[in-house]
Design a protein around this ligand. Structure first.
Ligand code: ADP
Length: 462
């Protein structure tokens, strides 16, 4: 239970707030208490001074008695002495501590504004002040004022009771606030923890609230998108595996079928040659598919090595056109290469040859006899763009978003016959992206297709 994040956070907040709050309250209490004590002592002195002022004007028995009578009804004690310290009037019965204080006084050292002669309210029963009576420059007596220390203590008790009350309320509010706050912070964390647990056991459809705009909201969004990605990947993998098994099964069925025919029947030499040719073609198709799949697998594992060098694009593309010259000639297609000599790209020539070959191969396959394929290379400020443009059959709109998907073929049966595996564009795009570039395809069904490669110019300088 103590391992729970909300509890740990709550306890930590509580301790911190308690320490900080306690310290602040303590300082405030000390200041207020000192202020109150000083106020009481100064009031006592001011009261004594007022009496001494009155007595300086009328230093007679009646006035003294009057002062004594007044204070007998108050919480204070007044003692009026003559210049030697003999008591003339006292408002209350004399107590031992008062006598000690009066005797201890140095009568000649008292300044005209009076002094506090006892302020030890903690230990002594009384705090006391002494105000001298000076008439026409002649020192005539003293007004001693006493206040019971209990008064000070009770005022401080009151103050500390207030502080205790406020302290309790503060602690209560702090606990409630921390509870709400820690729940507010930790409950989404707990939900995310549960969601990741679900993800780890393979349940990829988690629902998290992602409305928050803070870091926790960001985290929830990341987990949510991770869950969606995992779900998508799971489905893609399922579909991919189903497609692969289909792709492998088809040529194997042909191979096995024709091998059985050869095995069982006595065939003419012509038939034998024909069937063996089919088996050879299917085997070739199979090994090409496996090679492509292997390449894609390597790309997925990032064990795909790219050996970049500065390549003159015109030379590279011209050599690829040469490579497929027989097919081009067979279809009477003319390929126009528009590429300035100076354009060089920092790419892996072997991999890039594969990219252009795949695209060009598609263009040739899907173009009618006697048509023109244009390859245009341009260098702009930030990119090198390579466009392969054909006037072939084009790609239907509904298929266009999927042509880069693995094993996706527009016309399955025809594509198989022409040796297509549905992996050419997927491989090409992986290679381009691993060079930091991007690849797009635009097409209009019945009009033609252009494939666009963009390579960041930086790839030339790395
Ligand atoms: P494949 O190896 O089967 O050609 P690709 O991944 O290279 O697979 O292409 C995917 C699909 O996109 C192909 O089946 C084809 O129908 C379509 N396609 C690609 N390039 C072109 C093009 N230039 N013209 C028409 N269709 C094309």
């Amino acid at each position: 239970m103590f391992n729970r994040l909300s509890l740990k956070m709550g306890a930590l907040f509580f301790v911190f707030i308690l320490i900080i709050g306690g310290l602040l309250y303590f300082i405030l209490y000390i200041n207020l208490a000192n202020e109150r004590i000083n106020e009481i002592i100064n009031n006592l002195l001011a009261r004594g001074n007022t009496h001494s002022d009155v007595l300086e004007d009328h230093f007679d028995e009646t006035t003294m008695n009057h002062v004594g009578l007044m204070e007998s009804a108050s919480d204070f004690v007044v003692i009026i002495t003559d210049v030697k310290g003999d008591i003339l009037v006292q408002s209350n019965p004399l107590e031992k501590e008062m006598e000690t204080v009066i005797k201890r006084t140095d009568y000649n050292q008292i300044p005209p504004e009076g002094v506090v002669i006892e302020d030890n309210w903690k230990e002594k029963q009384y705090i006391a002040t002494d105000s001298p009576i000076t008439i026409d420059g002649e020192h005539r007596g003293h007004v001693f004022m006493f206040a019971n220390s209990k008064q000070v203590r009770s005022i401080l008790d009151q103050l500390s009771n207030h502080f205790k009350f406020i302290g309790f309320i503060t602690v209560g509010i702090t606990i409630i606030t921390i509870f709400i706050l820690s729940r507010f912070i930790t409950s989404p964390v707990v939900k995310m923890k549960r969601a990741t647990e679900q993800l780890s056991i393979g349940n990829n459809q988690v629902e998290l609230h992602t409305e928050r705009n803070d870091e926790l909201g960001e985290l929830a969004k990341s987990i949510q998108s991770l869950s969606n990605d995992l779900d998508r990947l799971k489905n893609e993998r399922k579909e991919f595996l189903a497609s692969i098994s289909h792709e492998l099964r088809t040529p194997l069925t042909y191979i096995k079928g024709y091998a059985d025919i050869i095995h069982r029947r006595s065939l003419s030499e012509q038939e034998l040659i024909e069937y063996i040719e089919i088996i050879r073609e299917e085997t070739e198709q199979l090994s090409k598919l496996i090679k492509h799949l292997f390449e894609l697998a390597k790309m997925d594992q990032y064990s795909f090595v790219i050996n970049r060098e500065l390549v003159t694009l015109k030379t590279l593309i011209a050599s690829i056109i040469d490579l497929i010259q027989p097919v081009i000639q067979q279809k009477n297609i003319s390929v126009s290469l528009q590429c300035p000599y100076y354009i060089k790209a920092f790419v892996d020539p072997h991999r890039f040859q594969q990219v252009i070959l795949n695209i060009l191969d598609n263009a040739v396959k899907h173009s009618p006899k006697g048509s023109v394929i244009t390859i245009e290379v341009r260098e702009q400020r930030e990119f090198i763009t390579i466009t392969v443009l054909d006037h072939g059959e084009g790609i239907p709109k509904q298929d266009l978003p999927f042509v880069f998907d693995r094993l996706y073929r527009v016309d399955k049966s025809r594509s198989r016959k022409s040796g297509g595996s549905g992996l050419g564009l997927a491989i090409a795009r992986e290679i381009v992206e691993s060079h930091g570039g991007s690849m797009r395809i635009n097409s209009k069904f019945g009009e033609g297709t252009d494939v666009l490669i963009q390579l960041p110019i930086i790839s030339k300088k790395i």
